[in-house]
Design a protein around this ligand. Structure first.
Ligand SMILES: *[C@@H]1O[C@H](CO)[C@@H](O)[C@H](O)[C@H]1NC(C)=O
Ligand SMILES: *[C@@H]1O[C@H](CO)[C@@H](O)[C@H](O)[C@H]1NC(C)=O
Ligand SMILES: *[C@@H]1O[C@H](CO)[C@@H](O)[C@H](O)[C@H]1NC(C)=O
Length: 172
């Protein structure tokens, strides 16, 4: 079923009505990688600022998890999970939903478009997350979305935690 969802994600990215951000946090980060990591949501815009102390090199992965809130319950059920190889994704010429997501980030930020990502101060300013393409099959409702970034080194024998962000959003 995960494979089917993945296919749908790549084939059917269409904008839905509206994304309402209920919770957002990136409080958990590796202090060897960042001296500070600030996220702020204001007026339906996302702002990020972080000071990267160590370069990010090929082997950076993003573990993504999408969970849907069960009706009349505080429980969430996982609907989709995917590990994205960030540097390969950025290097690929083929368009996919992840590249589309990142393309919209680049317009509002000074993020690197390719690896390695050198130490620097990076920001995302006034990003309108309603520009995100959301797969059409996602129903209106409440979702939890988790992003965990890790840096794999030495042929994946070393796994360093970089940062974890979590969001609760309402699709309308
Ligand atoms: C983050 O750290 C940099 C330098 O260490 C500093 O200039 C900046 O103001 C800090 N940002 C926040 C939001 O604390
Ligand atoms: C990296 O790991 C793979 C799979 O475990 C192995 O086949 C390959 O030989 C390793 N490469 C190096 C350079 O150690
Ligand atoms: C944080 O980064 C440092 C430096 O790369 C690394 O040694 C450490 O293991 C990382 N921490 C975690 C929890 O992965």
């Amino acid at each position: 079923i995960s494979l089917l969802l993945l296919c749908l994600l790549f084939v059917l990215p269409l904008p839905v009505g509206k994304i309402v951000m209920l919770e957002s946090q990136c409080g958990n980060f590796n202090r060897s990688y960042f001296s500070n990591f600030t996220m702020m949501v204001k007026n339906s815009r996302l702002n990020l600022e972080f000071v990267l102390l160590r370069g990010l090199v090929p082997g950076v992965t993003m573990d993504m998890e999408f969970l849907i809130s069960m009706q009349n319950s505080i429980r969430y059920q996982k609907i989709f999970q995917y590990t994205l190889d960030m540097c390969s994704m950025l290097a690929q010429r083929r368009n996919n939903i992840f590249k589309r997501w990142f393309a919209t980030f680049f317009d509002a930020s000074n993020f690197n478009k390719y690896c390695p990502v050198e130490p620097n101060v990076y920001y995302l300013k006034n990003y309108n997350y309603n520009l995100l393409f959301v797969p059409k099959f996602l129903y209106a409702g409440r979702y939890r979305v988790k992003f965990d970034m890790n840096q794999l080194r030495s042929n994946e024998t070393i796994r360093e935690f970089v940062v974890a962000c979590a969001f609760v959003v309402e699709l309308k």
